[in-house]
Design a protein around this ligand. Sequence first.
Ligand SMILES: Cc1ncc(COP(=O)(O)O)c(C=O)c1O
Length: 425
Amino acid sequence: MTAPATDDEPASTPTSTASARRDLPAGVSLPAIESAARVLSGVVRRTRVVRAGGLDAGLGMPVWLKCEHEQHTGSFKLRGAYHRVACADPDERARGVVAASAGNHAQGVAYAAAAFGVPATIFVPAGANPVKIARTRGLGARVEQVPGGVEAALAAAAEFAAAGGRLLVHPFDDPAVIAGQGTIGLELLDQVPDLRTVVVGVGGGGLLSGIAVALRARRPEVRVIGVQSVLSPAFAAALRQPTSTVDGPAVDVPVLDVPVLGRSCRRPTLPRSPASAMGRRTIADGMAVREPGRLTLALARSLVDDVVTVDEAAFWSAMVWLRRSGLVVEPAGAAPLAALLRHGGLARGSTVAVLSGGNIDPAVDARVRALAGSAQVPSADPVEGDLVPGDLVSGDLVPSDPVSSDPVRTTGVASPPGMAGSRCP
Ligand SMILES: Cc1ncc(COP(=O)(O)O)c(C=O)c1O
């Protein structure tokens, strides 16, 4: 990881970039991502980029939203999953495809398996988002629910795949998956010519590291920032641990609660877990990963500027803000916007927030809709069940009426110059 930027400094450029690129693990390189883009051409949507007009005034620079929630299957995960399945040994693939996922990777893998006409079995953590499970089944996959979270589902999937010689598609720690996610970085370079900062949500780190590989190779001055929930900060915490390598010993990742970083984006010292956070689960189910990938972490250490954390209320603020602009985004997908709302200093120059998924739980969606109809945003985590409309207060940087302060209100969002033809149907 490079030194985090401060408000007084120009945007940081990783000092280790050149040597880091030479040392990138096999299979995760710019040519691999360019090859993935060719494989995915005609399969995935080149999702649109739209201007977050209402944020510009508050942050003092252009903010763009990359609409991966409009991807087929409702999230970016299709890119990596399809690429991995497409690159697999045909015999292994024909025996069946297996994955573990909280839901978005599940749909990507199910979609890819259906495209190749092979069976898919997906292990999901018990209690996973019912919409994601239903959509995964709708794509023809068999879904097995496993108690014990994503890690238990991963273990069950690995066992099942090994027993039948089937293809295991890891949700993030696989070079072909990372290369697939990295195709977003290539698209962004075309779509936002003066790109300076990209902010993405982080679970296991496949999205973050893939985009970072693409951007560092093509435009090293672009800053890449990851975002996690303060309730699920494993990647952010691991990044602050002493260096390890892909081939070295596994990183021991303590489950820490990292507080919201200050606007200066200075690296914090890790605090004791706040009592209020103990035992709570993040609303951002797609990012609730307790163990970062070894490959993704190694890449992030070399290529990523920082991974910050945001509080749960920020996710709600971001979803409400987006809903008022006509965009339906799930909590994990709203993480980058949540970070920008909380820490305006993260935005330096033309900034892109990757809206990585839109498969929102119906109960969460109902809450967001209700909040979007009021002029305020939540001050606490409504999931805890203690929020009533009278509890609401205005958020940090959220305009009290973001939509009406947006000059492009009729559409909610606007395309960047030259992008009108690239909008989704
Ligand atoms: C919507 C969404 N955003 C971000 C992420 C994080 O992706 P990664 O695990 O590659 O870090 C996920 C993971 O499932 C997700 O579903």
